[in-house]
Design a protein around this ligand. Sequence first.
Ligand code: AMP
Length: 588
Amino acid sequence: MAMEYSKLVELYEELSRTKKRLEKTHIISEFLKEVSIDDMEHVMLLLEGRVFPSYDAREIGVASRLMLKSLSAATGISQNKIENEWKKQGDLGLVAEVLVKTKKQATLHSAKLTLKKVFDNIRKLAELEGQGTVERKTQLIAELLTSAKPLESKYIVKTILEEMRIGVGEGAMRDAITWAFFGKETGVSYTKDGNEIIVEDRDVYNKYLDAVQSAYDVTNEFAQVAKAAKSKGLKGLESIGMQVGIPVQAMLALKVDTIEEGFETVGRPCAIEYKLDGFRIQAHKDDRGNIKLFTRRLEDVTKQFPDVVQFVKKNMKGKSFILDSEAVGYSKKTGKYLPFQNISQRIKRKYDIGKISEDFPVEVNVFDIIYYEGKSLINEEFRKRRGLLEKIVKQEPKKIVLAKSKITSDKKEVEKFFKDAVNSGNEGLMLKKLDAPYKPGARVGYMTKFKAMMETLDLVIVGAEWGEGKRSKWLSSYAIACIDDDGNFVEVGRVSTGLKEKEDEGLSFMEMTRMLKPLVILEKGKEVKVKPKIVIEVGYEEIQKSPSYSSGMALRFPRIVKFREDKGAEEASTLDYVKKLYEGQKKS
Ligand code: AMP
């Protein structure tokens, strides 16, 4: 029997009553035990507040305005009235709950909503195109809201506006799947205070956990993982392989503060490469010749980079493969590398793609290969993977090349390489372990990064203020936040330096205003609150304790270094990290 949406809403509610991670994990795992294979995909995606896997380029694309219209259509209450209520409550989900409650008392209408119906209608929102779209979208939303109970409508609205958060990260999801389907094998439970996991045998537990994690790392879809675990157990998980066309979590680099520390982590000798200041592209080619490109956040950017598609098509030997690379922008005039900021606009660009690729060309620097001719290479040594690359990449400068690399155990040589790297516009160096496998999604020290810069923070913009005088058309001062232990965004200050007044000089106030405007969720005088989406890299002179901000910490003299287009809000710096830097400061 098809699951009712109300069941999922009960789960959301139950989850919202606890902040403890293990309790949340337990609640989800108990729920998953009861979910049928047919409902699994819908449950897993909606739990994360989505209707598409994270790597899918489709977006629901419903703005607050359209939601107001739909709420009005569903309840018969005027848009003005709803808008006033919204200003008071600051959250359209809550507004929907209240409105539907009032309306329901009057009509006593009660059809039951299935999970599938909610899912399908929301998906359709993303697929509509062309004439009459606004009307069709309004209808689809209103249809759900008229059959929804008050609480259901709250969650429907939040999901459609992509504001749904249950405070459960990927780690807890992985644990929940393990507990749900391998609870017996691992004997997992947790202490009464909800703080610690109890297992009969740690090794056995880790074996199942790793299997779930590995399956996730190559599919990026908990639905597939949960289905395999439920229907075929451990074997099912182990048989999930990489699929060309579906992005794999990128292996991450560990930061080292000295070259010596780098050697200690990756061993001697090791490979050293320039740390290029571009953005990561994972390029897939399947045996029919289709090419797909993904960012580090696994967003599909194939359409945005027709030039890169061509390089991969023409300059690579092989029918099917998955490459890891960094695309670096260069100046058309001088040929020199440009900082990431200059080409970042290409990532989100939806129009005039041909022109922008000509104006802001990139060179692809291939540094790894994880799949070739039908076989996964992640368990091969890095040295071998690099060796294969040397055979199959037809290098053509300003199009596609191999990342410049050297094998050495000599510190002096590394120092020289570092200087050359920085002098030619790179961020620093990577030191890589020669006999290491490729561990998707892991920061395990198989590759390390060594940068010369002061440690900056990646912070999320959660609010802004309209400027004054000549800046009055721009949101020109930004409230910036990091992430606390519970996954909340807590402020660490306000920043207004670092952006340009003219558009062609780099990231400008105008551009930032354009990005923030659609994210506004509340306006009060000159202040606005925005959906936490935009991540910026922020430099500062010092970190202080401060009661003025919700994090209890404040940055002194913050300035915007760049827009971290490649990062999502959930990847922002944590409060723990800010505190660690604060403590470090005291020592030095
Ligand atoms: P960070 O973003 O500071 O954590 O540094 C890791 C990133 O450096 C990777 O995700 C890549 O996008 C980038 N990178 C630049 N050059 C290289 C390289 N030679 N090998 C691996 N990653 C690189």
